[in-house]
Design a protein around this ligand. Structure first.
Ligand code: URP
Ligand code: ZN
Ligand code: ZN
Ligand code: ZN
Length: 455
């Protein structure tokens, strides 16, 4: 199947230009003006932008968490991804206590492969660093899973690793070609504050925020950055959401350290005021959404180049599950939806002039591909790269509503948000998987993306 996309404006992280684009054998075969070729299909993209598909580096699909399982299956989550212009997702494999890393990875791969509608990779979250697991770290790297996630939060539920484990993994990662990513929040402070608020009868969603406010996240950011600097190891901080942490990242990067920070669209769009709403529980995620000063600092970090990736932390739960916390915020499963909103939201911000389209491509596609080791196949528009593409109509107005979304979730925190411009087509390795509001893909189409960080 060959496709020729004609007359569009191609946008990469560094360039915007008018050209035709030829797709052959699932790859971009040629980019140039007036390509002479007789393809199976011609797409006229006049007045439209052609972007590399987004890589959502942070999703949790059908993940056991918060006393239930996150509500999008691999199929529903990757279907929603396709419809939002995300052509690769990186999902989190959670190691159970005592479980081997390869057993954990292969178990999830078995579940994911027949369902995936777009390509997928894995990070593996280490929760139990035994001697056997230490021996398996290199096996995971060789298998194409060279990124290990650690939690400084969630002590009570057993996900947290201590500072000794963090320091060990940072140091080890340099030798084996891995990257350590960190959920940074101080678990001890959080858990004591939760108990205190509940004992005082302060049970609303606002106290989810109050139990883990700005300084609780910042302390952990500073701790992990200090460890990474001291050990001269790269580190990737997931879902950064506070100003002090942002400033520490900027400082470390200005000093020349390889510190990456990711933030999410919900931290860029909402403030902690949402936790005062009647449906505040639907916005409960960790770290919680912070105040306006933090939000402004994240946008500042984007402009300075100190936020490297925007990803979603897509980890939705149905309304009925969020309702478990109506009278006790600590019972609300933590996490929100976003995989279908990432690219449309960020591109709309570009369309409104807040940042450039090139910057959005850098943050949502090129950087995650480079940082996580698949830039030879993903993240830009040049010949021989996978034909993962989004055609974007900058004129189209779109109001987000749950009915128009493609995941299995019965609500969206993005309800009513108005966007300028919207994706009208997504191609996954040269196959049209989404067009004009309709999912056209297929479960099982997505391939495992084997990654390597060996330099
Ligand atoms: O609230 C969140 N973010 N839930 C998903 C798990 C995590 O911490 O990333
Ligand atoms: Zn997290
Ligand atoms: Zn800087
Ligand atoms: Zn997460």
């Amino acid at each position: 199947m060959t496709i020729l996309i004609k007359n569009g404006t191609i946008i990469t992280a560094i360039d915007s230009y008018q050209a035709d684009l030829l797709i052959e054998n699932q790859k971009i075969a040629m980019v140039g003006t007036n390509i002479k070729y007789d393809p199976d299909q011609i797409i006229n993209a006049e007045g439209k932008y052609i972007l590399p598909g987004a890589l959502d580096a942070h999703v949790h699909l059908e993940m056991p968490f918060g006393g239930t399982i996150s509500a999008d299956s691999y199929e529903a989550g990757t279907r929603a991804a396709a419809c939002g212009g995300v052509t690769t997702v990186f999902d989190f494999v959670m190691q159970n206590k005592g479980q081997g890393l390869m057993e954990a990875i292969k178990g999830r791969e078995e579940l994911c492969a027949p369902q995936a509608c777009v390509d997928y990779g894995f990070h593996v979250a280490i929760t139990d660093l035994s001697d056997d697991v230490i021996r398996e770290l290199e096996d995971a790297v060789e298998y194409g899973v060279p990124s290990f996630k650690t939690f400084m939060a969630y002590k009570k539920s057993g996900l947290m690793v201590d500072d000794g484990v963090l320091a060990y993994l940072l140091e080890k990662s340099k030798d084996i070609g891995a990257l350590i990513s960190v959920h940074a929040e101080n678990a001890d402070i959080t858990e004591r504050r939760v108990e205190k608020y509940l004992s005082e009868g302060k049970t609303s969603a606002w106290y989810h925020y109050k139990s883990r406010p700005e300084f609780v996240e910042a302390e952990a950011d500073k701790r992990i950055i200090h460890l990474a600097k001291s050990l001269d190891a790269p580190v990737y901080i997931v879902h950064l959401a506070n100003k002090e942490g942002m400033e520490e990242v900027t400082k470390a990067r200005d000093e020349g350290y390889e510190i990456y920070a990711e933030t999410c669209p919900h931290y860029l769009h909402f403030t902690n005021e949402v936790y005062k709403r009647d449906d505040g529980r639907n916005y409960v995620c960790s770290p919680p959404i912070k105040g306006k000063e933090s939000q402004d600092s994240l946008w500042e970090g984007i402009k300075k180049g100190d936020i490297s990736v925007i990803a979603t932390d897509h980890c939705p739960f149905q309304s009925g599950e969020k309702d478990w916390g109506i009278d006790d915020f600590s019972k609300i499963p933590n996490g929100c939806m976003g995989v279908e909103n990432l690219y449309p939201y960020m591109l709309s911000e570009a369309n409104q002039g807040r940042i450039s389209f090139n910057k959005v491509v850098e943050l949502c596609s090129t950087n995650p591909a480079q940082i996580f080791g698949c830039a030879d196949r993903k993240g830009t528009i040049v010949p021989n790269i996978d034909a993962d593409l989004v055609i974007y109509d900058p004129q189209k107005k779109f109001t987000i509503t749950q009915e128009k979304m493609h995941s299995d979730i019965d609500h969206t925190i993005w309800e009513g948000v108005e966007l300028d411009g919207y994706p009208i087509m997504t191609l996954s390795r040269g196959r049209v998987v989404y067009q004009d509001g309709e999912f056209l893909g297929e479960a099982g189409w997505g391939n495992f993306v084997k990654r390597s960080l060996k330099r």
